[in-house]
Every structure is written in structure tokens, then in C-alpha cells.
Design a protein around this ligand. Sequence first.
Ligand code: GLC
Length: 544
Amino acid sequence: MEHDWRNSTVIYQIYPRSFSDSNGDGIGDIRGIIENLDYLQDLGVETLWISPMYPSPQRDFGYDISDFRGIDPTFGTMDDFGTLASEVHRRNMKLLLDMVLNHTSDSHPWFKESRSSKDNPKRDWYVWRGGAKRPNNWQSMVHGSGWHFDNRTESWYWASFLPFQPDLNWRNPEVHAYMTDTLRFWLDRGADGFRLDIFDAVLEDASLRNNPFAFKIIPDLSRGYGMFQKTVYNRHIPENFALAQEIRKIAEPRKKLLIGEVFGTSDILRAYCGTSKPDGLNLVFQFQCLTSPVTSSSYRKLIQEAEAWFPPPFTPTWVFGNHDRRRSIEQCRGRRDPEKLRTLFRLTVRGVPCIYYGEEIGMGQQNIPIHTSQDAVAQLLMKRYPSFAVSLIDRLMHGAVNRDSCRTPMQWNSSSNAGFCSSDAEPWLPVPDSPEETTVEAQQQDPDSLLNCHRALLQLRNRLSPLKHGTLTLLDTPDPVLGYIREKDGQTAAMLLNFSDAPSRVSLDQYSIPKKLVYSTAGKRNSPEDEITLAPWEGTVFFS
Ligand code: GLC
């Protein structure tokens, strides 16, 4: 049986502003991506997801779109996009675009028209209500009410995210048709699928009912709570699940991939992919790794949860970072060995791993002072609270407020501006003065680098079919060792991971682990006999 690429691929996220600048304006662009495709191919990633590049005023750096069917001149042209798609495909890789179905920029011509008068033909393209009071108690995902008063027509418009990102009204058939046609438009031009931005918020309750009260002070989107309310009427409403099924029908005949950004508990995430069979989104991001303590017991639980909710033919995803959250290596307080162990975990468990640019070299959070942040989320909160409070909220929200800190330029080499842009250009966000070993160039030379750990494991994943397509069984190894087996067509790969600062001994016979050691994060070592003593934070792969 032929394998479906969508269940076994490896996704690499490029934040285009920050990846590589080809024209010296200090902002990354499509040509810059093209110039580095060989690097990505050699690394072994298979699918590139690129954050939005459509025309936009860039107030939320592309997530505020003013034309869904073009390319912003900051990033290049439609021709550049065509070249990118063909160069990606020439390397047998895939290309995902980031599609923001939920909202537009307030500078989109549609919104300008819509807000101009109550009888404008585009009025109903957004969610408007009149009245002196806010239409209901719904909150934005960022802060406070998501209803904003517009003086011109003395009405409120709804925005799930920032005030300049008004929600489209998907109940309007013209909106529905235009947006679904936009998916076809990009599929026709070489996209292999989409990452769907805040997909759980696309539709909201038709009669705008108030969310019920809940005793919850700190909002927790992933469990479905705003401040003092449960977000039942503006997130995850039945029509959203139906939309997932509808767009699957658009993507399915061409075997295109849909991966949703949805925030919720595992049962809800799974429902976006289908209940009895996979007929919704192919994948949803699972964000638990971003916050789980780095211990064997919590990583065992992550596997148990993924296997329980996403058993084959469903597929879990493994996300360690993205452009909205604290960088992965911070979860290990910047330590390389635990990060290598986590890399081995993510590339050998069942599912689709997602790698955020720079994660492969262990780029950390940069210290961007909150008062200089270019992130509109930070700027909005800074208008309302003192900076120490905003920094605290940022910490509590795992970096989701001052997102500049995880979006700094890719560190290619140790030249000035880290090779991201020419030395006489000014990068849009600062690069560290001396990135030292946290550069691609330095790590290429070092066989024990985090970069080479990624490369070796990605090669192994391609070579050993159980790692890519096999079932997963957890072993009952005692903490701090996590063990699991992947099996496919009579072949077995077994992983033993030591989540500890001390060595740990494991009997191979007791767990029927094949004796042939094919990879260790601790460097070259011989295959053991009956038992293995794992070094601190060592992860190993065995195969037969
Ligand atoms: C998503 C994006 C984020 C963006 C927001 C609004 O969460 O990942 O970067 O700001 O949606 O589109």
C-alpha cells in the first residue's frame, strides 16, 4: 500500500521576514528562501510551511491580509512565488501556505467598503451589530472585548484577534465562496496545502449568544476559557467542524494537506480531524510539548494522550515552538543535551514533527525589551498596563505577548548580521552580537551539534520505515527512562531516552530491545550486550 505523505511528513516552518534577506532591506524574502532550499533539503525536512506572504500592511506581520491572492512586495512577486513552488517541487519537497480564513486587515478594500455605510454591498461581509452597548460578552483572544465601536455607522464589529483584524462573516455566501475559491487559487499555483490560522474561531454563533459564566480568572484558550467565561459560542461551534469537512473535500482529490491551528483539549482537536473516520483536517497542531516539563513521565503521558486520541489512521503532530511562543530550547533552560534528547523524541515518535526555523541550531529567545517590541500584541497591552506587568503576562503566556523574541533573524554564520542580511543592512530585529556556535556554519562542522543530530535522525527516519510508518508501543521502563518501540512489516526500532542528569542502566533483554544500536545523541558508541548504561540525557535508537 502506498503511504500518504500527509501522515508521515516533517514540517519546517519559515517565518519569511526572518529567514534570509536577499535584497538588503533587512527583511527576509522569497528569493532568500529559494537561496537556502539546498540547506533545507540537506537537513532532511520535507514540507515547508511559510507564514503569510500576501499583501498586508504588516501590522501583524502578514496575519493582517489586504489581498488574499497576491504576494506582498516586501517578500517578492507572484513570479518569485512560482519559482519557489517549482524549486521546492524539484527537490521533492512540499509547500504549505498559511491561510487566514478568519479575518482580514482593516485596510482590506472589503472592510473599507463595509464600514463606509450600513447599506454598502460589503456591509454583510463582516460581523456588525448596532446599539449603544457591546452586542455580547465575547472576548478577543488577545485582551478584553473583541467588539470594537466604529463611529462612522455607530456600530460594533467583531474581531477575534487584534482590533485591526475584523472577522469575516462566513455566513455570507459571497464570503464563503470567495474564501474557498482562494484555496483553489493557491492550489492551482503550486501550494501543497495550507496551515489554517485560528481555525476554531472562523464561525461564531449566529445569534451571538453570551458565553456562559465560568469561575476562571486567567484565560486558558486551550481549555476553552476566557476571563470568567467558557468560550462556547465564539469558538469550536458546530459550523466550524462542518467547514473542516467541506475544505477537506477541496483538498482531498489532489492529496493536499490541511493543518489547523486550533486551541482545545484533545477531544476537540480530534473532532476537527473527523470522529469515526478522517474526513476533516488532516492534522492539527498539538501544543502540549511547548509547556510540558522535560521529564520521562510527562513525555510518556504525551505519547499516551496522542495515541489515545489520534490512533491510526489519524496522525498526531509534535510542536516544540512557533512564531507565537517561547523558543523550544528555553524549555530546557538553553541546555543542548536535553534539547537533543527532545529532538530524538520528536523525530522518532509516531506522527508529524514540526520544526520552527532556527530550532535545529538551538536558537533561543532574544532579549527584546518589551517597550521596543514591534509586536502589535505587546503594543496593545503596553497601552493598558505598566511594562513590568506586560512582561509578567508574557512570561505566564509562554512568550505569546512579546513575540519579537522568538522571531529574530536566522543565524546562518558569524559574520555581522549573522548572514541573514548584508552587513550594511539593518535587520528588522536585532541579531545577537556573537552568535558563536549557534549558527548553521559552526554546527555544520561539529559532528555532535544539534544541527547534525537533526540531520542524522531525519536521515534515519527516511531509512528505517518503522520510524516513519510504524505503530508505537510504550515500554514500561522505570523513570527517568522513557522507552518505546515502533514496528512495521516485521522490522523493529526501539528508543530509550534518559531524562536525567545521572546515568541510567536499562536491561535490553527485559524489554526485548534489538541489540543493534543505530544512533545515540551522545555520539558514536558500540552496540551494547545485555544492558546499556545511558549517559545523562542520552537518547538512543536500536533497530532490527
Ligand atoms: C495566529 C497566528 C498569529 C497571529 C494570529 C492572528 O495565532 O499564529 O501569529 O497573530 O493568529 O492572525
